[in-house]
Design a binder for this molecule. Structure first.
Ligand SMILES: Cc1cc2nc3c(=O)[nH]c(=O)nc-3n(C[C@H](O)[C@H](O)[C@H](O)COP(=O)(O)OP(=O)(O)OC[C@H]3O[C@@H](n4cnc5c(N)ncnc54)[C@H](O)[C@@H]3O)c2cc1C
Length: 462
């Protein structure tokens, strides 16, 4: 493709924000083009959510096979990591071509190449066949995010980001993980399960510092039980002369750690450089493009979505914003409500958060009641070996009208409760709505009903 193209809608970025925006715009009959420089699917499908969950699943299978003693199962599994990575790549390829098929079905042409804007509505895409100039009535920016490097540990060689960790061809003997947010811990735990020695270094005084402390305790216990070394309140200062990782510990000591891979997961930053954002005259908020609750930027008919516009940097938020913007362009009345955007840490055990934690609700001036139900009192949890690690489900509600403000949970296999939690918040459910829902037995979902009953003061199974 070369030359000049004019479209109603130009979407830049084929991640879960951009490709969903483009599909929805196409479905609504808008003449739409999508520009993607890399592979369709973006961070999520190619180097984020999907490949990480594939590796986490494989690591879980390996660990379960290695350690079924208590169930009376004994096996000695062998790891063929190249095959594991090939399996993961197969899933990525399948989803990547699936997205291409969906875009074609929605009649959205894809221009492969890097887009650079000369003004807010015009960009040039460097394709393999030459430059293509695209102008559009509406522009949807979905450029996503990239791993934040540490100045003292620039990426390269043995210093890797999550992208390289997900494509590793040999199991590191010793993996150092710098940053105990969800990406670092998900991958650190997976590599530990596969047999690597793992050390985690975190500047804050606890793991998963963005999460409610009570939810993170079972994860911390797992790390300790499984001999993951934790340095909390510690800072990496670089590599020493022997290539070892230099750490200033909380106690003021200096450590030198010999790790054969150093995974740096200190966060992600919006991709705001290299594509002419500065020529577009948009307002910013911190490092992010500033948008309102309809994802409008400061420039008329220029929209921005997903990781580019701020936290939470999550795939489903990006997709929801993408679909919404396409519908607004097509004339629908929509607004983005972040209240029901749930998040999961696929750690061991898993954490689910939706809506407000008790502290957040109080900080927002709410008078609240809570109900917290332990997984150890749920039959299904016990059959899944999920009852012994301190897991629980908690419901937070407004005292006055008993409207549910938040649901949080930690426990093995608890990720599946994210759907029910988001649904309850999106529907504006009250405690009675949840307590009155007949949850299927035996499932982990029963714990949500029990937590609501506890908040109402009439718990049944505790
Ligand atoms: C290891 C890891 C695990 C994760 N796990 C989860 C998870 O379990 N659940 C979850 O919800 N989220 C997860 N995320 C986050 C999730 O991947 C992102 O929130 C999501 O991909 C953001 O979508 P997006 O469309 O905004 O941007 P991206 O997915 O980053 O896509 C942006 C796309 O735009 C393209 N692009 C940018 N600029 C240009 C340009 N100028 N021209 C052409 N193309 C351009 C890029 O090549 C890229 O493909 C994870 C992330 C990582 C790194």
């Amino acid at each position: 493709m070369s030359g000049a193209i004019a479209a109603q809608v130009l979407v830049v970025g084929g991640g879960p924000g951009g490709y969903v925006a483009a599909i929805r715009a196409g479905q609504l009959g808008l003449d739409t083009v999508l520009v993607e420089a890399d592979r369709l699917g973006g961070t999520c499908l190619i180097r984020g959510c999907i490949p990480s969950k594939a590796l986490i699943h494989a690591a879980g299978r390996f660990a379960e096979a290695s350690d079924g003693g208590v169930l009376g199962i004994a096996a000695a599994p062998k790891l063929d990591l190249k095959k594991t990575i090939a399996w993961k790549d197969g899933i990525v390829d399948r989803l990547n071509s699936g997205v291409a098929g969906l875009l074609a079905h929605a009649k959205v042409p894809v221009i492969e190449g890097w887009a650079t804007f000369s003004d807010a509505k015009t960009c040039t895409v460097e394709t393999k066949d030459g430059p293509v100039s695209v102008t559009a009535e509406h522009v949807i920016l979905a450029a996503g995010s990239e791993a934040t490097p540490l100045p003292v540990l620039p990426f390269g060689g043995n210093i890797i980001s999550s992208t390289e960790a997900l494509n590793i061809d040999a199991l590191p003997r010793h993996l150092a993980v710098v940053g105990a947010g969800y990406v670092g811990l998900e991958l650190g735990i997976a590599f530990r399960k596969l047999g690597a020695e793992v050390t985690v270094i975190e500047a804050a005084d606890r793991i998963l510092p963005r999460y409610d402390a009570a939810l993170t305790r079972p994860v911390r216990r797992w790390l300790e039980r499984n001999k993951v070394t934790l340095h909390l309140g510690a800072k990496v200062t670089g590599l020493d002369g022997d290539g070892r990782l230099a750490i200033a510990t909380a106690k003021g000591e200096t450590l030198a750690l010999a790790a054969d891979k150093i995974l740096v997961t200190v966060g992600r930053r919006p991709r705001t450089e290299g594509w002419g954002l500065e020529a577009m005259g948009l307002d910013m908020v911190g490092p992010f493009v500033k948008v309102d609750d309809q994802c409008r930027t400061a420039m008329r008919n220029v929209w921005a979505i997903g990781d580019l516009v701020g936290e939470p940097m999550l795939a489903h938020k990006a997709s929801a914003q993408g679909a919404m913007v396409a519908e607004i362009i097509a004339g629908h009345r929509r607004r983005f409500d972040s209240a029901s955007v749930a998040a999961i840490c696929f750690t061991e055990p898993e954490i689910v958060v939706a809506g407000l934690s008790p502290d957040e609700a109080k900080a927002a001036g709410e008078d609240i009641i809570t109900g917290q139900f332990p997984l150890s009192a749920n039959g299904r949890a016990l059959t899944l070996e999920a009852g012994e690690d301190g897991g629980f489900v908690r419901v937070v509600a407004r005292k006055g009208d008993q409207r549910v403000l938040g649901i949080q949970a930690v426990g093995r296999g608890i990720a599946e409760l994210a759907g029910e939690s988001a649904h309850a918040l999106a529907m504006g459910a009250t405690l009675e709505d949840i307590a009155g829902t007949i949850h299927v037995h035996p499932t982990l979902g029963e714990t949500v009903g029990e937590a609501a009953l506890l908040a109402l003061g009439r718990g049944l199974h505790i």
